[in-house]
Design a protein around this ligand. Structure first.
Ligand code: SDX
Length: 431
């Protein structure tokens, strides 16, 4: 972050205050308001943080106007085509693409942490069978704090490293266990001879009654979905993880907080909601009715999978996902998937509609992902858990970056108070 000699001047009444301007590697300059309250006795006000940078970070950069997403400088479409999820995990965690030896060592460490403590199996029996897998993951990941005490000291670099690997490695196992529990099938242990995506598919879909062969096409599609969801700057769940971690809470509890935030339909829950709304639309002739509902301010219905706080152009992940949807459905022999046809027609009609064009509402990463995941055999309730499996590396990378920053402070926003001024207590008989 380059300190420039540029400055902003804020005038309040007869007073003027100079505020430093900091320049990033990419993107807009920022006005440093850290000293503003001390100088001018005023707060800045930005609910939803639409114009506020909460931190500096070197991990991911998004250009919303151009539809660009870079992980440590590498464009997401290149990573999706040429890399694979665990290599992207290494890149996000350590900042550089690994050498062959570094990659082999990293993949070995992740592979050898995929099992969970055997006693964690008992947590699942406490849940109803119809519990949402995100409820289970929030609980079980938080409970990891009670098992892995040898990796909870955030000030110990080795603890941070082990906790990072454990979280990345165990999330697919826990997500698969949540799925198996929900359908009454036995848990499937991970295998060390399978890659990350293939292991996850086998833990979800294999049964003791027969052998299971990982389909390389599905495994590649699964790996690509993991890559596309890995990190995304200071989105709501990542900001949740950063804020929780700023108090010094252990990483497992903080990642559980991130899972809880991701569950919301405005965020990671949108992939489940998007497919459900496409199914509700059902046929192309109902699209105008649904678009009208999405535009109706009196109707809470929103076109799920459309719009984004940052992207005011196509989400580059949606482009890759759309292409992947065509490939996977074609390779699976799912001819003319009616939901994909509806999705493409919704996109076409929305992008010809001034309401969506004027507000720059384009398909986001969640619009097409559900179509692929459903074609792969996942129920909609597993869509957000899959998002969480992937985003864990982003949460963990951002957590490490913050904890390792000597300037780290506890996050504690201020407010614009609109309640009553001080008043005296009135006894109940006088009210
Ligand atoms: C993710 O932050 C991230 O990076 C998130 C994410 C990641 O990788 O971490 O990219 C993952 O969460 C993607 C987004 C998934 N959510 C959805 O698809 C849910 C549907 N989208 C919306 O809820 C909405 O677009 C948000 C929440 C994504 C963004 O909301 P903003 O930036 O706060 O924008 P807004 O709600 O102020 O909307 C601006 C206008 C409003 O209309 P006006 O008041 O100007 O008339 O656009 C309208 C909104 O009503 N609008 C929509 C809409 N999204 C916004 N209208 C209909 N359908 C929609 N989907």
């Amino acid at each position: 972050m380059a300190d420039t000699n540029k400055k902003a001047t804020l005038s309040i009444g007869n007073e003027s205050y100079d505020l430093p301007i900091l320049s990033p590697t990419e993107g807009p300059d920022v006005v440093d308001v850290r000293k503003l309250y001390g100088q001018a006795d005023v707060f800045t006000y930005d609910p939803g943080f639409t114009s506020t940078a909460s931190c500096d970070s070197a991990i991911t950069y998004i250009d919303g106007e151009e539809g660009i997403l870079l992980h440590r400088g590498y464009p997401i479409d290149q990573l999706a085509e040429k890399s694979h999820f665990l290599e992207v995990c290494y890149l996000l965690l350590y900042g550089e693409l690994p050498t062959a030896a570094q990659l082999e060592d990293f993949e070995s460490r992740v592979t050898n942490h995929t099992m969970v403590h055997e006693q964690m199996h008992r947590f699942f029996t406490g849940f109803r069978r119809d519990a949402h897998p995100m409820a289970i993951m929030t609980g079980v990941v938080g409970a990891m704090s009670a098992f892995y005490h040898d990796s909870t000291d955030i000030h110990d670099p080795w603890h941070r490293e082990v906790a990072s690997i454990r979280l990345i490695a165990k999330m697919p196992t826990i997500a698969a266990m949540a799925y198996k529990y929900s359908i009454g099938q036995p848990f499937v242990y991970p295998r060390n001879d399978l890659d990350f995506a293939g292991n996850f598919l086998r833990m979800c879909f294999s049964v003791p009654a027969e052998d299971y062969q990982v389909n390389p096409i599905l495994s590649r599609a699964m790996d690509r979905i993991f890559t596309l969801h890995a990190d995304h700057e200071q989105n709501a769940s990542t900001s949740t993880v950063r804020l929780a971690s700023s108090s010094g809470a252990n990483p497992f509890a903080c990642i559980a907080a991130g899972i809880a935030c991701l569950w919301g339909p405005a965020h990671g829950g949108a992939n489940q909601a998007a497919l459900e709304s496409l199914k509700e639309i059902g046929t192309p002739d109902r699209i105008p009715e649904m678009l009208a509902r999405a535009k109706d301010k009196d109707d809470p219905f929103r076109l799920m999978g459309f719009g984004h706080r940052v992207y005011k152009n196509f989400d580059p992940r949606a482009k890759v996902m759309k292409q992947s949807a065509d490939e996977v459905l074609d390779l699976l022999g799912v001819e003319n998937n009616p939901i994909l046809a509806v999705a493409k027609e919704v996109e076409k009609q929305a992008l010809a509609d001034d309401y969506f064009v004027d507000r720059k509402l384009f398909p986001n990463v969640d619009f097409y992902s559900g179509i692929i995941l459903e074609a792969m055999g996942f129920p909609t309730s597993m869509f957000t858990p899959i998002f969480a499996v992937s985003r864990t590396v982003g949460w963990v990378s951002q957590w490490k970056e913050m904890i390792e920053d000597p300037a780290m402070k506890i996050g504690r926003p201020r407010q614009l108070y609109t309640g009553p001024s001080q008043r005296d207590y009135v006894d109940v008989e006088n009210r």
